[in-house]
Design a protein around this ligand. Structure first.
Ligand SMILES: [Zn+2]
Length: 243
């Protein structure tokens, strides 16, 4: 796949709770647009301290896990062609205990510095209803609403969203914008990068299971809900990066 400079002046910011959220939700999208020149940055709130302790021949201690997961995240973002991660330093399952305004203030500072054209984060139910995902949604939405008032260009907020059929397949009991995607990114050119990234998260069982599922999923798309748009008319991701 040739690299291009199509989006050399464009910037995409992902905001997530745990190392691997970015890959599950948007790994192909980050890879595709980084390859076409966009500046891709991921902010991760925690080091996933409460995750599983290895798969296959890998076995790590609870103490080692944050370092292992941070290292996995760094490798994966390099694989995508993204910048090194920005880690907020919260602990797994404790993000909800921080004031939303405090997290939002930190995120707003990063937004002002990075000036993303597109921000990708969790919707109101965080796909899995994990408390950290929901806390990150609340803070990201609040930060974005201030950011868009301040910046002299069109900026877009996307929630990770999946078709209802996929939600059912994964036993996810969600509704609202997260099962009403209106932005689809075909994964065909980048699905192998996503599978490799999931496998890089060797400490995490869910990542390995998702990699196996993807191997057998033809015509896979990553999908998102563009916030502030009514109806289900699809919007091309490329249009969100247009001048
Ligand atoms: Zn997560």
């Amino acid at each position: 796949m040739n690299n291009t400079n199509t989006y050399i002046n464009k910037s995409i910011l992902g905001i997530f709770a745990h190392p691997d959220d970015e890959t599950s939700g948007a790994g192909c999208t980050f890879t595709k647009f980084a390859r076409m020149g966009a500046n891709v940055t991921v902010i991760t709130a925690t080091r996933g301290e409460l995750g599983t302790l290895g798969t296959g021949d890998l076995s790590v201690s609870r103490e080692q896990l944050p370092g292992v997961r941070e290292n996995e995240l760094r490798q994966v973002l390099a694989l995508f062609g993204a910048n090194p991660p920005i880690l907020l330093g919260y602990k797994d399952q404790e993000v909800q205990h921080e004031e939303t305004e405090v997290i939002a203030g930190t995120l707003l500072n990063y937004m002002k510095r990075i000036e993303p054209d597109v921000v990708i984060t969790f919707g109101p139910q965080g796909i899995s209803k994990h408390s950290d995902h929901i806390a990150i949604h609340n803070a990201s939405l609040s930060a974005f609403n201030f950011y868009k008032l301040d910046i002299a260009k069109k900026v877009n907020l996307l929630y990770i969203a999946i078709p209802e059929s996929v939600a059912k397949e994964f036993d996810l009991d969600i509704d609202g914008p997260e099962i009403k995607p209106n932005v689809y990114v075909p994964a065909r050119d980048d699905i192998n990068v996503k599978i490799k990234a999931l496998r890089t998260y060797k400490s995490q069982e869910d990542a390995q299971e998702f990699a196996e599922w993807l191997k057998n999923s033809m015509d896979y798309y990553e999908s998102f809900r563009l916030v502030g748009v009514d109806g289900d008319e699809p919007v091309a991701f490329e249009d969100l990066l247009a001048d």
